[in-house]
Design a protein around this ligand. Structure first.
Ligand code: ADP
Length: 464
């Protein structure tokens, strides 16, 4: 027991470890994947914006810029560029003066005249191939927030093709950075939702896991119960048979003449022992059916003959209760293909119930051909009847209707369950119609004997 408890805990902690791994790994994976994608995306966009900035600078150099001599014209063009390029923060033209660079035109006209000796400007100026420099810098943008910019320093040439100035431009990366920030925010939300879903799934999973264990345990208990019923019923059968034997010997006077009180006592004993016997038989049938041990051996049976003999058995009982008994059989009833004992048991159960649950009126046993291959047997009574609600679980094991009218009527609630199983094992179906306080009719179908189909089965059966 202690061992199984440990195992149970281990299984549960496995579940917990598995859960933790999921909770940790899934977000890590999502974060890693998002950052990698964003990085790739950012690199690509950075490069394409850098190319855009260079093309703008080169276009300015080759198609717009005339030379440092005509700086007023350059300033006019720069003003136009400023209006049509909101992502440009700086667009300055410097000329070389000694060791420094002097601003001669640009967006910010107030700064004209200022000098700078920025290293990038120097590098760019001295490069032989005119390729210029491009650096990403961070500084406060027009919205007062720190932004990233491509800063380009590209030499400019006059109409003769001589290098005579340096263009410095800052192109903002804000649009792209905002896009990245948005997608990171979206991924954050996605991670949180995913985490919630994972946690929810784990909680549900744990429940399912617990249910599965519980279900297995229940099945084990159910199996133990079945085995117990099966063994107990077998063990009870022998003493009951012995009691019945000695009881009938005593009633027949084998142990001396009984007085009136003795006879009465033995009659009560006989009824009780019969009840006990029936209960044990029912329980044995239940365990046989549940363990698939109930063997059905069908053979062709004369329907009218078997139904008449069953009705004869009930004639006295029904009459003693003051009820009418009617038999309504089709004239040309065909033979049926059933296990004789089991068929008898079904009809006895249904007729027995009809007698038990009918106080006045009549009981009718009906048999007619339903179709070419099925025959219907009906047991109809004018008894206490059942409501639709009461009928819902009628064919379930141990189900008994509890009410004023059924009080005091002895039963186990197993009869109809067994009856249904047997009918279905014989290839038929069972149904019920009933109206409360009016009566009930139980009807079931059984296969009609067909020599062409059933002969083969008979032969197979004989060979066995
Ligand atoms: P039992 O009769 O031993 O209780 P059954 O399985 O045969 O068990 O029947 C289940 C329940 O169905 C009965 O308890 C009874 O309430 C109801 N029942 C069965 N047959 C009839 C009938 N002919 N008329 C009214 N109620 C019935």
């Amino acid at each position: 027991m202690a061992k199984s408890k440990n195992l149970f805990f281990l299984k549960q902690s496995h579940q917990v470890i598995y859960g933790i791994i999921l909770i940790v790994l899934i977000p890590i994976f999502i974060v890693f994947n998002t950052l990698r994608t964003v990085d790739l995306f950012r690199d690509n966009i950075d490069i394409s914006l850098q190319r855009q900035a260079f093309s703008l600078a080169r276009m300015f150099d080759s198609a717009i810029y005339q030379g440092a001599d005509d700086i007023d014209d350059a300033q006019e063009k720069i003003d136009l560029i400023q209006q049509s390029n909101p992502s440009l923060d700086i667009f300055n033209i410097y000329i070389r003066e000694g060791d420094e660079f002097k601003l001669v035109a640009g967006f910010d006209e107030a700064s004209i005249g200022q000098t700078s000796n920025d290293l990038n400007y120097v590098i760019s100026w001295h490069r032989e191939d005119d390729s210029g420099t491009a650096t990403i810098i961070s500084k406060e943008g027009s919205d007062k927030r720190v932004q990233r910019f491509w800063e380009l320093a590209v030499p400019l040439h006059n109409l003769e093709g001589d290098r005579d100035a340096l263009l410095v431009l800052n192109m903002s990366l804000k649009v792209m950075d905002d896009l990245v920030a948005d997608s990171l925010w979206d991924s954050g939300i996605f991670i949180v939702i995913t985490l919630l879903v994972v946690v929810l799934l784990l909680i549900l999973n744990t429940r399912l896991f617990e249910h599965a264990i519980l279900f297995r345990k229940l099945k084990e208990v159910d199996k133990m119960k079945d085995e117990f019923i099966s063994i107990a019923s077998h063990e009870l059968r022998t003493p009951i048979t012995t009691i019945k034997g000695f009881l009938s010997m005593a009633q027949e006077g084998d142990y001396g003449q009984l007085n009136e009180a003795g006879e009465k006592g033995f009659k009560i004993m006989e009824a009780s022992v019969n009840r006990l016997g029936n209960l044990v038989e029912d329980l044995l049938n239940v365990s046989r059916i549940e363990q698939n041990r109930l063997v059905i051996k069908p053979k062709p049976i004369d329907t009218k003959e078997i139904l008449n003999s069953l009705a004869d058995e009930f004639d006295l009982r029904i009459g003693q209760k003051g009820l009418q008994f009617k038999r309504s059989f089709d004239d040309d009833l065909p033979q049926i293909w059933v296990d004789e004992d089991k068929f008898r048991q079904v009809v006895i159960n249904l007729l027995g119930n009809a007698v038990k649950y009918t106080k006045k009126g009549e009981i009718e046993l009906i048999a007619k051909k339903e179709s070419d291959n099925m025959l219907t047997v009906t047991v109809k009574d004018s008894g206490i009847g059942m409501s639709a609600e009461e009928r819902k679980s009628l064919f379930e094991k141990f189900y008994r209707i509890q009410g004023e009218e059924t009080r005091g009527i002895i039963g186990t609630g197993l009869g109809l369950w067994i009856t249904k199983q047997i009918v279905e094992l014989m290839g038929g179906q069972i149904f019920v119609d009933s109206i409360k306080h009016v009566g009930s009719q139980f009807y079931f179908t059984v296969p009609i004997y067909d020599s062409k189909i059933h002969k083969v089965e008979e032969k197979k059966e004989n060979k066995k």
